[in-house]
Design a protein around this ligand. Structure first.
Ligand code: NAP
Length: 266
């Protein structure tokens, strides 16, 4: 089980919304927390708000910025024990009216931003034979939702990466988990609401948005219980379970096969 007291938790997108509240919850559990985002002023305000150990500015879509930023916070807070990739945004709209650039940007930030962050910390986690990664997908990464043709695929990709990487890093004692927040009241959610087509608004209105504090609590509890799938509401939990009904059995079988190959090769 991952212990948060004394762990160094690095959070991309830690200056706002779900990332910020997760930072606060992790600090309350005794962790040292570092925040990474683009806007330096917002980062500084967030750091003093939650009592963060370190901050660094980077665009997660740019590995040439993100890697030095991660090195910088690791230099101040020690090796990264837990990585949470919360940097991201959602740009809804009608498929035929969205620019190509939006599809690309959603993949660049939400998917590649997650990938670049994980690739920056994994070598040290493998060396230390421990670590914990939590990616942030969405309910819209479990099921296609009207209006999210640019955002949804990026969050499906985050889920695919997380599930695939899980089995590769498990032999090193590294946990790779995915959180699926439902609609959650954050500055990012407000920005997204301004772009939603009415059909997407109607679908969203059927379920009351959660508070970021509530989602953050679920993420921190998920880390402490080594949960691979982290949800914060019953609807998403049911979707996640139904989508992966055979998951636990298939995962156990695959892990057994991986262990067998490794035994044979050693
Ligand atoms: N709120 C929801 O309803 C909801 C539901 C499901 C999933 N999610 C996911 O949860 C995550 C957090 O969302 P949120 O609602 O908390 O958003 P938010 O309030 O807008 O916060 C987003 C954070 O990510 C940072 N960020 C955005 N783009 C970045 C980039 N290119 N490089 C580095 N940092 C970047 C922002 O800081 P800077 O702008 O200063 O960089 C900020 O710290 C996202 O991945 C989102 O897709 C949200």
């Amino acid at each position: 089980m991952t212990k948060l007291p004394d762990a160094h938790v690095v959070i991309t997108g830690g200056s706002s919304g779900i990332g910020l509240e997760t930072a606060r919850a992790a600090v309350a559990r005794g962790a040292r927390v570092s925040l990474i985002a683009r806007d330096a002023e917002r980062l500084a305000a967030a750091a003093s708000d939650v009592g963060a150990t370190a901050t660094a500015c980077a665009d997660v879509a740019r590995p040439d910025e993100l890697r030095p930023a991660i090195d910088e916070v690791v230099g101040k807070g020690g090796p990264c024990d837990v990585l949470i990739t919360s940097a991201g945004s959602s740009h809804p709209g009608y498929f035929e009216r969205l620019d190509d650039a939006v599809f690309r940007d959603q993949m660049d930030v939400d998917y590649f931003g997650t990938l670049h962050a994980i690739r920056a910390v994994v070598p040290s986690m493998i060396e230390r034979q421990r670590g914990h990664v939590v990616t942030i997908s969405s309910t819209a990464g479990l099921i296609g939702v009207f209006g999210y043709t640019a955002y949804g695929p990026a969050k499906f990709a985050v889920r695919g990466l997380t599930e695939t990487l899980r089995s590769e890093l498990a032999p090193y004692g590294i946990v790779v988990a995915c959180a699926y927040p439902p609609d959650t009241r954050t500055p990012g959610f407000d920005a997204e609401n301004a772009l939603k087509p009415p059909e997407t608004e109607r679908i969203s209105a059927a379920i009351k948005p959660r508070e970021a504090v509530h989602v953050a609590k679920a993420i921190v509890a998920g880390i402490e219980k080594d949960r691979l799938v982290i949800t914060a509401d019953v609807q998403t939990a049911a979707l996640a379970r139904a989508a992966g009904l055979l998951g636990p059995y298939v995962r156990r079988t695959m892990d057994r096969q991986v262990r067998r190959v490794r035994r044979e090769r050693s």
